[in-house]
Ligand binder design. Structure first.
Ligand code: HEM
Length: 521
């Protein structure tokens, strides 16, 4: 028989064996105790549902799948089982009540292993290291400790408003400095960021940007075929390995450079108090050694990695909402004038007296969820739920978009409508969006109180000091605001760039803002 013929026969036998093995494994999975897998699109042998997966607006598409398959939707991608949860109750039942088994994370071949981000608490496996890292984060970001950051957050919010007035078209950059750099870097390292070109921030931004590119769903074949990670980097088509080599250096520098520089200051006695100085003190042993140093550096580093983009995205969604729903701005300002007055700026002490502003914070968390399909939890053993079998290793993904746009909890869900939360409003007694937006169970976001505080003071300060309106085109005609939210692609939902005009609310409000900054700088 000619060699090519032999090759064809061998290849056919191999393919048929793999198909048989897959079908056999699938039927075994389906029926260990007579329970079927949860419903979902049928898929095809070997590759499973690769071609069924939506290419854009994934969360919305999966919400719509729910109409056909129910609240739990099961798919397999090249043998990798995935379960999407559209309902809050299922997420609580599985990710919270059974969190002992639903708290692991999957392995990420490109963005985790090859980019050397496995140190990151966000993707760390559910093990002893995980428990130590959660304990460290909790010490420094639990609800009552977050009061310690109020002053920094308030000052940074005022500078944000001032920068918006100066350069309205760079709003996103100002939001990044505010929400992320100025507050998070101070909390994590006691580091005061430079107004422009801060070194720590530049290192972190470079690494996070590379990570986001690597982690975008479907961006790298190696995530679907993990064995590809073993091919040498000179091999044709192995550009991903060469990219990963450069990007892994960014990850290393992001983690080590701020840590080492801050450590030097701690040793010199010139460091500002911070999470890092607190943890170093907590972990220093009687003999002078420091335990868990790698976990300390991971915790300080992850604050920017996990907290920057998320908070910026929410602030930008809030500003977009002001453009699309101008009444929200007017009503928020009326409440602030009534409660805070015109002679000073809002502070955290006013929060309990500002129900409408609180309604805006809730809508900001709900309306355009930052992580519409959140980070997968990995099931650690076979499970049975509602008559279905869920195999070990399944990646369970809560569809935050579906839960936060649930028409029963939040009628007219695509409307940014703080009134829904006011006494007598249609969602007055509905679930607080933070119960979904920050995730579930043992992997719930440890920065949630810090983040919500940043949102509150940012929103209150902007409304108290500036008016945001549509940008004007070259003929001086207002550019109509977008009619619906359009996000950039990627794991985190950032609204696509939009221009705005920003003006002081009044000469008096501008003077109060400038004075408040002068008195604190
Ligand atoms: C508004 C801003 C934020 C939102 C909406 C947000 C949301 C989330 C969500 C949905 C998760 C995944 C939870 C899960 O797997 O069930 C998460 C994880 C995480 N977040 Fe946040 N987050 C925000 C800000 C922050 C901040 C400011 C920090 C740090 C100071 C932070 C640190 C983390 C960490 C370390 C994790 C990984 C948790 C784990 O896997 O154990 N986040 N966040």
């Amino acid at each position: 028989m000619p060699t090519t013929m032999l090759f064809v026969v061998d290849a056919t036998v191999l393919i048929l064996s793999v198909i048989w093995l897959r079908l056999w494994r699938r039927s075994r999975r389906r029926n260990p105790h007579g329970c079927p897998l949860p419903p979902g699109p049928k898929g095809i042998p070997i590759i499973g549902n690769v071609f069924d997966m939506p290419k854009s607006d994934e969360a919305l598409a999966i919400l719509n799948w729910g109409k056909k398959y129910g609240d739990m939707i099961y798919v397999e991608i090249m043998g990798k089982p995935m379960l999407f949860l559209n309902s809050y109750n299922d997420a609580v039942e599985l990710l919270e009540k059974r969190s002992l088994w639903y708290s692991d994370r999957p392995t990420w071949p490109m963005s985790g292993e090859l980019l050397d981000w496995e140190w990151s608490p966000v993707i760390t496996h559910y093990d002893e290291r995980f428990k130590t890292y959660r304990q460290f984060m909790h010490r420094h970001f639990k609800a009552d400790v977050c009061h310690d950051y109020w002053v920094t957050q308030t000052e940074a919010a005022r500078i944000f408003a001032q920068q918006m007035l100066e350069k309205p078209n760079e709003c996103e950059r100002h939001a990044r400095r505010y929400a992320a750099a100025a507050t998070i870097m101070m909390a994590a390292y006691g580091h005061e960021v430079a107004p422009e070109g801060d070194y720590f921030v530049a290192l972190a931004d470079r690494a996070v940007e590379a990570w986001s590119r690597a982690a975008a769903p479907g961006a790298y074949l190696v995530d679907t075929l993990p064995w590809l990670k073993h091919i040498p980097s000179w091999f044709p088509g192995a550009k991903f390995k060469r990219d990963a080599k450069i990007w892994s250096q960014y990850s290393k520098e992001m983690r080590t450079v701020p840590y080492e520089k801050t450590m030097k200051k701690i040793v010199d006695g010139t460091a500002h108090p911070s999470m890092m100085s607190g943890l170093i003190e907590f972990c220093t042993q009687p003999d002078g050694t420091i335990r868990d140093e790698d976990i300390i550096s991971a915790c300080t580093c992850v604050c920017y990695g996990a907290g920057a983009d998320t908070t910026v995205a929410l602030m930008m969604s809030f500003i977009l909402a002001l453009l699309m729903y101008p009444d929200v701005q007017t009503r928020g300002q009326e409440e602030l004038d009534c409660v805070v007055g015109n002679g000073r700026l809002p502070t955290f002490d006013d929060r309990g007296n500002l129900p409408y502003i609180e309604g805006i914070v809730k809508e900001a968390l709900r309306w355009n969820p930052v992580l519409p399909l959140t980070i997968p939890h990995r099931l650690m053993k076979d499970d049975f739920y509602n008559g279905y079998f869920i195999p070990e290793g399944t990646q369970v993904i809560a569809n935050h978009w579906a839960m936060l746009h649930d028409e029963v909890e939040y009628p007219d869900p695509s409307r940014f409508w703080p009134e829904r939360w006011m006494p007598g409003g249609c969602s007055e007694n509905s679930r607080h969006p933070s119960k979904v937006a920050f995730g579930f169970g043992r992997r719930i976001c440890p920065g949630q109180y810090f983040a919500t505080n940043s949102l509150f003071i940012g929103i209150a300060t902007v409304l108290a000091t500036v008016n945001i309106t549509a940008a004007l085109d070259e003929n001086g005609i207002p550019v109509p605001p977008p009619k619906r939210i359009v996000n950039t692609p990627g794991i985190i939902s950032h609204p696509q760039h939009f221009d705005i005009s920003v003006a002081p609310r009044s000469p008096a409000s501008k003077a109060v803002l400038n004075d408040s900054i002068r008195n604190t700088v």
